[in-house]
Write a protein that binds this ligand. Structure first.
Ligand code: NDP
Ligand code: 2IT
Length: 451
């Protein structure tokens, strides 16, 4: 490389931004990876000549489609559907579907880009993809959600398949939506295959897929803490979000002896200084998953808890923070507040929840900090295990799946340590995850030529 790694990153980013204007989340995700990889690419003429990073940052295919559907009043509504098929070098495109009013191309490209590295880290043969819609499920009846899912799948089905592209859940897409999507896929294609993951246990789903992301986050936290001779037991934990990832992170952290004191949604957070134990979590799961209520109601049910409207939980003193809601939900001020209150470990359940400024602060203060593409990979890893079980037409026991998930999280931690350990012994998990995730994809792309 004729220029320095820093100049390489700036030139690369200037071109990327010019080619992809108005996509700030995508720029943010790519910049972080480019910064981690620049020294590695600088030392490798073949990676430069074969334009590996340039190709990884260009989706193989993007599909954008109209999703018209009839609401309960008999009116036509029109949403926009997307599938970003980012990279298939090491396996079929794989990644979730997000239904949220904020969904746009920038967000789905950042998610698909991150997914490529995350899926590689799992060691399973999965490429990177992501999809979704600007459909807002909040306040919609079951019937409306079903109608929407059926229309969405009527178009999506022609672009996916068990050996092509395998979607799953993400924000706004859980067991209910996967059921409706799978039903329509099966009807249109007349085939029962593992084209979606996160299916119900009685119809092809893997044991522990609902639990896997949150459990994996806690297994990863245990590995990080163990490297410093510590463990989750006895720690106070702040969790954001109250959806799938937050719920099972709360469950496993509690099982491992920690005290979880916060949960949140986009309206505010609850603080329960006595801890959100198994019985209280059961209430939260019913509130969120059955009644689709708001986290505010927790403070009505448990009067020792306080509700903080319009706020995030990061000012509550804790040892471990687990952001499990959404991208850029933890900024520089939040990071400084966590550091000031003695937080020692941040493990991301969400994708890209910490801003670049927040990450700088965590790393400056030598916190244990794990990016989502490493720490939340347990979800997609268990999706990979679901694909495997579907192909074999067999179902493993929960114990077998848990053991495999645990092993995968341990291995991802080891890879991060291998590639991310700095001369002073500090583990930069961002660099470790980015290089570790990149290697297999890059080698596959080199082997497969200019495609
Ligand atoms: P859910 O839809 O189950 O829950 C999302 C939670 O985050 C809700 O509590 C929601 O609150 C909150 N949230 C959503 N948007 C915002 C926002 N703009 N500001 C504040 N809070 C918000 O989604 P998941 O739990 O599945 O996903 C959470 C995160 O984890 C996402 O970043 C996702 O990409 C990531 N992830 C998910 C995996 C999975 O297997 N499901 C795997 C790996 C990562 P509200 O109800 O108010 O919207
Ligand atoms: O971000 C993610 O890894 C997910 N939403 C899960 C993807 C999957 O295919 O299980």
């Amino acid at each position: 490389m004729e220029t320095s790694p820093e100049r390489y990153v700036e030139t690369f980013m200037a071109q990327l931004i010019a080619r992809n204007p108005n996509e700030p989340e995508f720029h943010q995700a790519v910049r972080e990876v480019a910064e981690s990889l620049a020294p590695h690419i600088a030392a490798s003429p073949v990676l430069q000549r074969m334009k590996i990073l340039e190709r990884i940052a260009e989706p193989e295919r993007v599909v954008i489609f109209r999703v018209p559907w009839l609401n309960d009043r008999g009116e036509i509504e029109v949403n926009r559907g997307y599938r970003v098929q980012m990279n298939s070098a090491i396996g079929p495109y794989k990644g979730g579907i997000r239904f949220h009013a904020s969904v746009n191309l920038s967000i789905l490209k950042f998610l698909a880009f991150e997914q490529t590295f995350k899926n590689s880290l799992t060691t399973l043969p999965m490429g990177g993809g992501k999809g979704g819609s600007d459909f807002n499920p909040k306040g919609r009846s079951d019937n409306e959600v079903m109608k929407f899912c059926q229309s969405f799948m009527t178009e999506l089905q022609r672009h996916i398949g068990q050996d092509t592209d395998v979607p799953a859940g993400d924000i706004g897409v859980g067991g209910r939506e996967i059921g409706y999507l799978f039903g329509q896929y099966k009807r249109l294609r007349n085939e029962f295959t593992g084209t979606l993951t996160g299916k119900g246990r009685d119809w092809g789903g893997s044991p522990l897929r609902p639990e896997a992301t949150g459990y994996g986050v806690c297994y990863f936290a245990e590995e990080m803490l163990a490297a410093r001779g510590d463990k989750l037991a006895g720690k106070t934990v702040c969790i954001s979000g109250s959806g799938n990832v937050a719920q099972y992170a709360c469950e496993k952290a509690t099982q491992l002896g920690a005290k979880v004191v916060t949960l949140s949604d986009s309206s505010g957070f609850v603080h329960d200084p006595e801890g959100i134990d198994a019985a209280k979590l059961e209430y939260v799961m019913e509130l969120k998953n059955v009644f689709r209520g708001r986290i505010k109601e927790y403070a009505d049910r448990y009067p020792q808890a306080t509700y903080h409207p319009g706020e995030r939980p990061w000012n509550v003193p804790c040892d471990v923070a687990m952001p499990c809601a959404t991208q850029n939900e933890l900024d520089g001020d939040n990071a400084q507040a966590l550091v000031d209150h003695g937080c020692m470990c941040v493990v991301e359940g969400a994708n890209m929840p910490s801003t670049p400024e927040a990450i700088r602060i965590f790393q400056q203060h030598k916190l244990l900090y794990a990016p989502g593409k490493a720490a939340n990979a347990g979800g997609v890893a268990t999706s990979g295990l679901e694909m495997c079980q579907n192909s074999m037409r067999l179902t493993w026991t929960p114990e077998e799946v848990d053991a495999k998930l645990h092993g995968i999280m341990r291995n991802i931690h080891a890879v991060c340590v291998q590639y991310g350990t700095q001369p002073d012994g500090y583990v930069n998990y961002v660099v470790g995850a980015n290089i570790g995730g990149f290697m297999k994809v890059a080698n596959a792309m080199l082997a497969q030529g200019c495609v």
